[in-house]
Design a protein. Structure first.
Length: 274
């Protein structure tokens, strides 16, 4: 069995199918891991959701910020942005089934030494602690009170982890770290607006994975979310968002030998990072 991890798809269905052809995906023996943000901004988010859901256990996906945004819009909690491309999902005959499936996806996937998240792990979190914290959010997402969770999900405060946090403040910090974080201070204070290249990171901040003595340093973390960072393959770090939506390739990596597979963007919405 081969496992392929794939970067942010964001509705780029045509590229995803071409990438699956390129890797010669075998639905009987292979597995695809998606780093989140299956949907939005691209033109074919509905087709992407239907495809990934149809793969059953042959696909593993973690939730990204755009996936959560879709769920919040569907619950009537958030307004769609002008650049959103979610209407086709929201009006589909199988919308309820697709959204229920999406709400039941995890924030974090752990398989041996490999850990997959959408954005990152706060530097103070061990893998074991992070998995427990992800589960706290997942209970709310999967339960009957998911609308109440989305009503409190948005916001930038608190911007750092504190074990004494409770209620929705606690859940918001956990969710933001897993799905929105790119940079933070050495003390783990997150900044959410920055999305550029590493040489433009604001003073006092650094990539979350560069924080000295990060507690998850022994795990191999696979993530996306940061298209300006691009493809990064290090012994214990794999970044896979290569900005297919913005004109870059869609990227997969075979975890067994770290071979890279890419297909070019078909219809980028504009040639810049988002």
């Amino acid at each position: 069995m081969a496992i392929y991890a794939i970067g942010d798809v964001q509705g780029c269905y045509t590229e995803l199918r071409r990438l699956m052809d390129k890797i010669a995906f075998d639905p009987v023996h292979d597995q695809l891991w998606f780093v989140g943000d299956l949907v939005n901004r691209g033109a074919e988010s509905l087709a992407v959701l239907r495809l990934v859901r149809s793969l059953g256990e042959r696909a593993v996906t973690v939730l990204g910020n755009h996936d959560l945004h879709l769920l919040a819009v569907a619950d009537g909690v958030a307004n769609a942005h002008p650049s959103d491309t979610l209407d086709e999902i929201l009006t589909a005959s199988d919308c309820a089934e697709l959204l229920d499936w999406l709400r039941h996806q995890p924030l974090m996937h752990v398989d041996g030494e490999h850990v997959m998240v959408h954005a990152g792990l706060l530097p103070a979190w061990t893998v074991t602690q992070a998995r427990a914290l992800a589960a706290e959010v997942e209970v709310h997402l999967r339960g009957k009170a998911h609308k109440q969770f989305f009503e409190h999900m948005y916001g930038n405060q608190p911007n750092a982890w504190d074990e004494s946090l409770s209620g929705y403040k606690r859940l918001r910090v956990i969710t933001n770290a897993f799905t929105r974080m790119r940079v933070c201070t050495a003390a783990g204070e997150m900044e959410y607006k920055f999305k550029g290249e590493t040489h433009k990171i604001p003073s006092g901040y650094m990539p979350w994975f560069a924080v000295p003595e990060r507690a998850s340093v022994d795990a191999t973390v696979i993530f996306g979310h940061w298209s300006a960072l691009g493809l990064v393959v290090q012994p214990k770090l794999i970044a896979l968002d290569t900005g297919c939506l913005w004109g870059g390739p869609l990227t997969a990596i075979r975890l067994s030998d770290r071979k890279i597979f890419q297909v070019p963007s078909e219809n980028p919405i504009r040639a810049e990072h988002g």
